[in-house]
Each structure stands twice: as C-alpha cells, then as structure tokens.
Ligand binder design. Structure first.
Ligand SMILES: [Fe+2]
Length: 520
C-alpha cells in the first residue's frame, strides 16, 4: 500500500473549488455554482475506477436547475494531490436524461496507488477528490483498510460518523444500503427532509440531493472510492421484489421502483453496466483487491421471492406486509430465494471460483439466524422470525453457507447493515460446523426501535450486539487476520460528536471463530 501523508489527505478531502478562467462559458448556464453535490469515485479496478459528479446549480429542483440539453464536462486525473502531474483527461457528458450526472470510466492507470481528480464545466472547477486503483490481479497486498456503513437517515442525526471514517484514511468505503429514507418530513427531527415522500424521478432527485448536500457525506465520497449496494429505503420500506409494503398494485410499484433505481444510478459512482432499464438494475458484482480479498456485492431486494408466512386474513386486516411472523412452512421452502435464482447461481459460481485470501459478502440485511422475542411474552424463548431478512429465506441462506463449506471458499466474512445495530456472530451448518463470521456495522444515524434486540441476540448466541449506539464498521485485512472495529459515536445528533471503539474483534485466516477484544 502506498503511504499518504496527512497533508495530502486534507487537500484531497477539503480542496475548495477554484474558479478557473476557462474561455467559452456554455450558453444558458449563468454564473451559478454547478458542483453543489460534490464529487465521488467508485468501482476501483486494478487499472481504473468510475469518477462521478452531477451538475446541479439548484439541487432542490427536480432538474437541478439545468437546461434540458447535454453539457460537456472536462475530467482530469492526477498523480498528486496538488494537481501538478496530470495523468489523463477527457470529456464527459452531463446528459439531462440522467439528471446531468457524469459517470466517467477511467482505464489504463497503474495498480494499487492513489490518484486525485476533478471536473471542470462552464469555467468552474469542482472540488478535488482522492481515489485509488485496486492492486494488480492476484498481487500480494500487505493490508487493506475499509470502512463500511449503512442506514443514514437524514432526519435522525448528523454525519459525524463520516468525519471519523475520513480520519481513518480508508482505501475503500462500502455502503450497504439505506442511503436515503423515503418518508415524509417529520417535525421535531434533528433535521428535516425537504420534500414530501418521493414517488417519481423529480421527487427522488430532490431527496438524494438533500442527503448529498451534506458536507461530511461529500467529504467521505471525496476521500476514497466507494462500492455501494442498496436496501429497501432507496425505494420504499420493506419492499420485496415487485411487492410494495402495502401489497399494493404491482405495476404502480414497478413504476415507482424505476424512478428510484434511475435516481440511485444518477447519484452513485457506478459503471454503465449498472444503468437501469425500466424497473431493473444490475447491481450485483464482484470487486477484487489483488490476491487479498474479493468482495461479492449482492442485491437481496430486487429479485427476492415474496415474503414468508403472510397469512391472507392478516394481510387483509393489517393492509401491509408483516415484518416479523411466527414460523410457517414457506420460511424454509427451498423454492424461495432472497437473491432470485440467476443471482444465486452467479454467487455460487463466484464462491466456487474465488481464490482470494478473504471473501467478503457485502450485503444489506442481517444474514445470521436471529429468532426474535415475542413482544406479548418477552420471557418466552424467541419464537418470531423476520420476514424481511435472510431469516425469512432460510433455505437460501443454508445453500450459501453450504457452498462456503463445500467449495472451500477461502475465509468467508459477511458484512451487513439494515438492523440499526452493531452485531457480531458466527454462521454454522446444521451439524454445527462453523463456516463464516458476520459483522453488522451499525447505522450511521438511523435509530433502532427494536428494544428486544439485545436480549434476543444474546439468546441467539451472538458474540456481540449493541443497538443504542450509532456509527460504522472498519476492517483491516491482512493475509493472516481480519481486524474488525466497531466505531461508535457519543451523540449522532451532534455534528462534532466524538467516536470511540465500542468493540474490537479479530478473525484469523483459516478459522471463522470471532475473537473478541472489547474495551472496558
Ligand atoms: Fe435502515
């Protein structure tokens, strides 16, 4: 790994947009600032990455305040933070059909090193971002440091977590879902959503812009490449494939899903292979970090089978799907999959082929078994099951667990979001064979309403669970060991909140048991 000085970091993170005097301003664009939403990079490969921005002089408008025509945007990638050594440059197009977002796929760079980039449009330069290439295929890598987060409800807090993640100087950031929340503004929140619940393109654009205007979130995008996947709130709470949470009209929901997916693509540093077609978007993929690690980044929302254990009379009375249910036969029905069969087949293939030192399943919902307490009888053994996580698709979960074992996938780790809690637990086959460790990295801001989690998690044999502290996860991988740190905030409402290690764990290569090192 190339070492980067603290000074470079500061420049990379907070470089201010310098106004350039480039001749020929684009017609129809005034002197308003175009790069209000910052810059980002993502999808690092050994020779490149995606560079992202979106032109939006009026980000609280559905069209961003841009004219309805394409605008050329120059991009530059440099070998140094001071932008003295230009490596590559070119022209991208900010097209109105994609909300004037720009996704540049850079190739031909050197492996395993940092780069700095910016955009120039209409005579204005964007902030400077730092990114990096992944190491060469199969290369030995001393160490990979990545941070991961999920569930950043704007109304629930500020993004101090991102300030601390930036200070950790990660090589890579993974985001595991709930980048936005779709609900109506709620008076009395720490800070409020600025538009009603979105259902169309203009509405989702304003909602994403509300989040992306946050300077700490922008700084996190500007410090390292991201690899993202989504969960439910990027579209709607607890949706399952083509079913919305109210079991409403499928065609109407797919129309809404198409608007949400397109906006997600517009705002994320994704490759063009992810560009949505109608209500479909191909998000699952692998990301390789030399010979050290492969991330299998999956999508357990778009293709999942219908929810388990939803008796018709309950649906009729309740008018929406049930989050947790008592057990029933279809929860373990092998015909059901949380991934959909094409993605599941793809994942099995990857788990069989990968020879990377660590295989990190980067995904949205709690994967481990987690029976929940019954609110009506909290003293009884846990008897309720989530219909929204892998628990509701138990046969599919077991197929992945068996695959890790049977294919001898080297050192599987699972990282997860969704439950607004930190958690660490091990995965076992029914015969007790331990096959993987899972680390749920807390939530950036979103609160946990499930007061039953901690005792239930203890009963379910979790190594650790903490649902009252917000924050993020950090993992340092070497050939020998994964060191996992849960970083918790003193107060996620406070933009200046301190953070501390609330728990540390390690997993040794060749084993999958969690060794805890929990500070007092
Ligand atoms: Fe969430």
């Amino acid at each position: 790994m190339t070492l980067i000085s603290r000074r470079d970091l500061v420049i990379g993170a907070v470089g201010t947009p310098a106004l350039l005097t480039v001749a020929g301003r684009a017609a129809g664009l005034g002197g308003e600032q175009l790069f209000t939403l910052g810059v980002a990079s993502g999808e690092p490969s050994s020779d490149g990455m995606v560079l992202w921005t979106r032109l939006a002089p009026k980000p609280m408008q559905g069209d961003g305040g841009m004219p309805a025509r394409a605008v050329p945007v120059r991009w530059e990638i440099h070998a140094d933070a001071g932008l003295k050594r230009l490596v590559k440059a070119g022209q991208g197009i900010a097209d109105p059909s994609l909300g004037h977002s720009v996704h540049v796929e850079v190739a031909g760079l050197e492996p395993g090193r940092p780069y700095w980039y910016r955009f120039v449009a209409n005579g204005e330069a964007s902030p400077v971002g730092r990114t990096r290439t992944a190491p060469a295929p199969g290369a030995a890598v001393d160490r990979l440091r990545f941070c991961y987060g999920s569930c950043q409800k704007y109304e629930s807090g500020n993004y101090a977590a991102w300030r601390h993640a930036v200070a950790d100087d990660p090589d890579l950031i993974l985001f595991l879902g709930d980048y936005i929340y779709e609900g109506n503004p709620k008076p009395g929140s720490v800070r409020m959503h600025r538009n009603p619940e979105p259902t169309d393109l203009a509405g989702y654009r304003v909602r994403y812009a509300t989040y992306r205007l946050d300077p700490l979130l922008q700084a996190a995008h500007a410090i390292a490449p991201w690899a993202v996947t989504w969960d439910d709130h990027e579209v709607q709470n607890n949706y399952a494939g083509a079913l919305d949470e109210d079991n409403g009209d499928v065609a109407a929901f797919l129309k809404r899903r198409a608007a949400a997916y397109q906006t997600y693509f517009e705002f994320m540093p994704l490759r063009r292979t992810a560009r949505p077609t109608g209500s479909s978007m191909h998000l699952y993929r692998t990301l390789d970090w030399g010979g050290l690690a492969q991330f299998q980044i999956i999508d357990d929302r778009q293709y999942r089978s219908g929810r388990s254990c939803q008796p018709p009379e309950l649906l009729r009375d309740h008018k929406r799907s049930l989050d947790t249910t008592y057990d029933c036969a279809d929860r373990t029905d092998p015909a059901r999959s949380i991934l959909g069969m094409p993605q599941e087949t793809w994942l099995m293939d990857r788990l069989g082929r990968s020879r990377a030192g660590w295989n990190v399943l980067a995904q949205q919902t709690l994967m481990a078994s987690y029976p929940q307490l019954d609110k009506k009888d909290p003293a009884a053994p846990p008897s309720r099951h989530s219909s929204d996580t892998w628990e509701g698709y138990a046969a599919c979960r077991e197929r992945v667990q068996r695959r890790w074992h049977d294919a001898r996938t080297p050192n599987p780790l699972v990282i997860s979001g969704d439950i607004h809690a930190f958690a660490a637990t091990e995965h076992h086959l029914p015969d007790g064979t331990r096959v993987a460790a899972e680390f749920v990295g807390g939530s950036i801001t979103s609160e946990n309403h499930n007061a039953l989690l901690k005792p239930a998690a203890r009963l379910a044999g979790f190594a650790f669970a903490e649902n009252e502290v917000r924050g993020y996860g950090r993992i340092d991988l070497t050939a020998k060991r994964a060191e996992v740190t849960f970083r918790g905030l003193a107060n996620s409402a406070d933009v200046n909140s301190s953070a501390r290690d609330i728990a540390r764990f390690s997993v040794e290569a060749g084993r999958s048991d969690i060794i805890a090192d929990i500070p007092a």
